[in-house]
Design a protein around this ligand. Structure first.
Ligand SMILES: [Zn+2]
Length: 104
């Protein structure tokens, strides 16, 4: 076993969440770190080519708890859709559907 030493609390009792970490979107993935399973962009999988900026619930998946955009390596988006998500988040922020920042 070669587990990373940073993973000590295995989601059993983790109420110390007020540090600016992005949520681990892969925590439900089997086998923890990527084990050859191909990750596919969820927009490509659903054949969605327009990311709706008027849908903050859908966009919330792509922002961290601090309000930052979740990076592509975590969200698993392809480059094209990550760009569209970013654009949609910026538009949604501008019309106050999403926060620019979340202060703790
Ligand atoms: Zn895509």
């Amino acid at each position: 076993m070669n587990k990373p030493s940073s993973v000590i609390s295995n989601n059993a009792y983790d109420d110390d969440k007020d540090f600016g970490r992005t949520p681990d979107l892969n925590q439900d993935a089997p086998g923890r770190r990527r084990t050859g399973k191909k990750r596919v962009c969820k927009f490509c999988a659903d054949k969605v080519d327009i990311v709706d900026y008027k849908d903050p619930q859908g966009l919330k998946y792509f922002i961290s708890d601090r309000g930052k955009v979740v990076p592509r390596r975590i969200s698993g988006n392809c480059a094209l859709h990550q760009r569209k998500v970013t654009q949609a988040i910026k538009r949604a922020r501008n019309i106050a559907l999403l926060p620019f920042t979340v202060t703790a």
